[in-house]
Design a protein. Structure first.
Length: 86
């Protein structure tokens, strides 16, 4: 099962997304989106544009342990719903 997560951010233009940390149980998949390590520059650059950037990232659930009904999907601590396992 693929879970598509849309990550949104402001400045800088490059995505801050680093990886997903996944905790998997039979009744739920909990994903935490982690940022990449970065260094804050002491030399300020040009100001950021007032835009919101976004990109979709896909996490593929390995399917183990076997899913049970209902199966819940949680991203960054928020439940995004439960699905029926058939």
């Amino acid at each position: 099962m693929d879970i598509v997560v849309e990550v949104r951010w402001g400045c800088p233009i490059d995505s801050p997304f680093g990886e997903f940390k996944a905790t998997r149980m039979a009744t739920a998949l909990s994903l935490q989106a982690l940022t990449k390590p970065y260094v804050i520059s002491t030399n300020p650059g040009p100001p950021c544009q007032p835009v919101i950037n976004y990109k979709k990232y896909t996490y593929t659930d390995p399917g183990t342990p076997a899913r049970t009904n209902p199966f819940e999907i949680i991203v960054n601590g928020k439940s995004w719903g439960k699905v029926e396992v058939k």
